[in-house]
Design a binder for this molecule. Structure first.
Ligand code: 3HC
Length: 711
């Protein structure tokens, strides 16, 4: 092998050498070979070197380390940058020697666009390709919207570009994106051999020259509007999907170079949009949340390979599914055989629904269901590495289970609890291993919602905390750190939202107005429609219990009257809305308004009207204030973690970044001032947090707030 020194200043990020007549271009920019500073220039310099070297018959473009190229450097977006003198794709198109992209790991965004600029693409079986730009609020800006439709047809390209999904190698081969799948035992060697096989082939297959697949758009001109309709609901409030569609449309109606110019213009319109900024923030916040400060570097984590879940109710069943869905075996324990049988039947029914919907194959269902082993005796889970308790939410019940677990589980096993509010220190205290106890709080439905809140109790060992956080990531959830306090971080920060939602009804707002405001804000479903789905009786019972315990508790008398009138939600055909038999569509119900008015008059509650702006602020400002209190108390690490929790625990619209990120679009000062007014008007629940006051005074950003010290 002759090692050629490129003589480039980018030699460290892109290497070029010649072996057996094949020029090998290796991008080496850890961790994921993003197209950071010098990478594209390095590729161009290598391409030109290969083109000029008579010994080189063909070239291979590949990535060093764990992946091919993960795309443009997202950190560079939104910052001023020079227009490049040359683009890799153009240099590839102008060259006279075949280039093969050899893909392992990921070829995403600009990574796949580089591969599409190559004449051939080969990949290892585990590779994934995609144009996920839409997920960060932009569109493929390196010719992807022009080349992909030429390669696989506009219809399939639309689906890939507008969804942004990662396509596995086998599917990419079937679609025609990849020419061949190679074993990948020695990527470089196999790629060189493959390139030698096509080195003499002419003409060079350039994707830009292909037009046969574009004819599809002529025979099916409605496909673009169909795509608009198909994605309208999912991508509401975001400009990127529409512009993705326009760019693919341009591929079908304009010559290649004009289409590329259109793509570039549309890209420019999106790069600095509010949505793109928020989505970039969410991308990095989701990575930052994994970092827990103060963790010893050489921490040795206990390995968790075998898991048990105690309690086969709805929650326990969902938790068991979260493991089987990730391909992990799980033991589901319930001492009551009837509950266990019912729990299993519920899991089976859930899987069957997915099969009916087409989101799961029968074979996948059988594998997943087969990973769940029902167990009746606690002793039979003793050898598991970790157990998650999901029994009834009552301290005495939990303590009893933990005493038993402490006896039966092997000494090194972790004991985790899925409590949503109980004091984990108190639970841990009944065991002989409080250092191995932590909270792992799931969100409903547990097999669907991505948030996995890990609660650090006062005696939880760093190894336990880190292992629990890793466990969440292993089952494809987003693990977020929380300190041990009432409601932990996510639910606690959400309480003011729920409270104001109820109070505004008492004061005269109507559920349909509040839902409309929040749906307009970007929530897929308004909070009252969600209440109707889960049933109004649960919170009613909680209010009654609280009223019995504390004579000063005011409660929500109008909401109580609605429940007492038998309106429990979808299950009774009426709640905040009215429902037709067998149909879950909510209909605004004048009878509800009458009931609210009559109750208000009877109870002499004064009602008034609300503006949409007031509704939005009343719902979100209280939560922002609570987030500040949580940070102040050292119960969350950073504001951006709470934002990620809202995205994955409560369906907060991703293109708004998160509740604290959104707060910055208003400004800490304005929020503080409003809260101070409401504090005067409504009393203690609106007491502004000290941290919020400081941010208001200093002009600081809510999203950058951090705990001084974790407690
Ligand atoms: N730019 C900058 N940094 C990136 C990056 C990118 N495109 N992709 C990943 N990173 C960083 C992450 O921030 C993380 O940094 P950290 O260690 O400091 O937190 C590190 O690389 C590793 O990333 P992950 O933790 O996400 O690693 P995974 O192995 O879990 O996932 C991945 C790898 C699937 C490639 C995932 O990182 C990913 O989805 N990346 C973004 C891909 C993408 O959106 N590409 C399109 C970019 S836009 C574009 O190309 C525009 C073009 O059309 C002009």
């Amino acid at each position: 092998m002759s090692e050629a020194n490129t003589g480039m200043s980018e030699a460290t990020v892109v290497r070029f050498d010649v072996e057996d007549g094949i020029g090998v271009i290796t991008v080496d920019y850890p961790p994921v070979n993003a197209l950071g500073p010098g990478v594209s220039d390095g590729i161009i310099a290598a391409l030109e070197k290969g083109e000029a070297d008579p010994k080189v018959k063909a070239m291979v473009l590949m990535g060093a380390g764990r992946t091919f190229i993960a795309g443009a450097d997202i950190r560079g977006f939104g910052k001023p940058r020079a227009t490049p003198a040359k683009r890799t794709y153009d240099v590839m198109d102008q060259g006279n020697k075949p280039i093969v992209a050899a893909i392992h790991g990921y070829a995403l965004g600009g990574g796949l666009e580089n591969a599409l600029g190559c004449h051939y693409r080969i990949a290892v079986p585990s590779a994934k390709v995609g144009l996920p730009e839409v997920q960060i609020g932009i569109l493929p800006g390196g010719g992807g919207t022009q080349r992909l439709p030429r390669l696989i047809g506009p219809k399939l390209a639309l689906e890939m570009i507008v969804s942004g999904r990662h396509v596995p190698a086998a599917e990419a081969k079937a679609l025609g994106i990849i020419d061949d799948i190679i074993p990948g035992k020695d990527l470089r060697k196999e790629a060189i051999a493959w390139a030698k096989g096509i080195a003499e082939k002419r003409p060079l297959p350039r994707v830009r020259d292909r037009s046969e697949k574009l004819a599809e758009a002529k025979s099916d001109p409605g496909m673009f509007d169909a795509a608009r309709k198909a994605y309208a609901r999912k991508m509401r409030g975001q400009p990127a999907p529409e512009k993705c569609i326009q760019a693919v449309e341009a591929a079908c109606t304009q010559p290649f170079d004009e289409g590329v110019a259109t793509e570039r213009r549309l890209f420019g319109e999106l790069e600095n949009s509010d949505e793109a900024k928020a989505l970039r923030y969410a991308f990095f916040a989701e990575r930052e949340i994994n970092r827990v400060p103060g963790m010893p570097k050489d921490l040795k984590l206990p390995e968790i390979k075998t898991i048990a879940v105690v309690g086969a109710g709805t929650m326990g069943g969902g938790i068991a599914m979260s493991f089987s869905d990730a391909g992990l075996p799980v033991k589901l324990v319930d001492a009551n055989p009837e509950v266990l049988a019912k729990g299993l039947a519920r899991i089976k029914a859930n899987y069957e629904t997915s099969v009916k919907r087409g989101s799961l194959t029968q074979a996948e269902m059988d594998t997943r269901f087969g990973l769940i082993t029902p167990i009746e005796k606690m002793e039979d889970i003793g050898d598991c590495d970790a157990v998650i308790e999901a029994v009834f939410e009552r301290m005495d019940v939990k303590k009893d289970v933990f005493r038993q677990l402490d006896k039966v589980m092997k000494p090194e096993a972790l004991l985790l609890t899925n409590t949503s509010a109980l004091d984990i220190d108190e639970i841990a205290a009944v065991t002989t291993r409080p250092e191995k106890v932590a909270g792992t709080h799931y969100f409903v439905p547990a097999n669907v919602m991505k948030l996995f809140e890990v609660v650090n109790a006062s005696k939880t060992a760093p190894e336990t905390l880190a292992a629990a956080m890793k466990l969440g990531r292993d089952i494809n959830k987003v693990s977020g750190y929380a300190g041990n306090c009432d409601g932990f971080v996510a639910n606690r920060s959400r309480i003011p939202f729920n409270l104001e939602q109820g109070l505004m009804i008492e004061e005269g707002a109507l559920p349909q107005q509040i839902d409309k405001v929040m749906e307009g804000f970007g929530y897929p479903v308004g909070p009252f429609k969600v209440n109707d789905m889960s049933g109004l009786d649960v919170s009613y019972d909680t209010r009654k219990r609280r009223a019995a315990a504390s004579p000063n508790y005011r409660g929500l008398p109008i909401t109580d009257a609605i429940v007492e009138a038998g309106r429990l939600g979808q299950k009774t055909g009426a709640g905040w809305y009215r429902y037709e038999k067998g149909d879950r569509t909510p209909h605004v119900d004048p009878a509800l308004e009458t009931l609210i008015k009559a109750t208000a008059e009877k109870l002499k509650i004064q009602q008034r009207t609300f503006t949409d702006d007031e509704i939005l602020k009343r719902l979100l400002f209280g939560s922002i204030n609570e987030c500040c209190k949580i940070l102040e108390e050292g119960k969350a690490i950073r504001a951006s973690d709470i934002d990620v929790m809202w995205l994955h625990g409560f369906g907060f619209p991703r293109y708004r970044g998160g509740v604290m990120y959104w707060g910055d679009t208003i400004g800490a000062r304005e929020i503080y001032n409003q809260i101070a007014v409401w504090h005067q008007r409504y009393g203690a629940r609106w007491k502004p947090s000290e941290l919020l006051r400081q941010l208001a005074e200093s002009g600081g950003k809510l999203r950058e707030a951090k705990a001084d010290k974790l407690r």
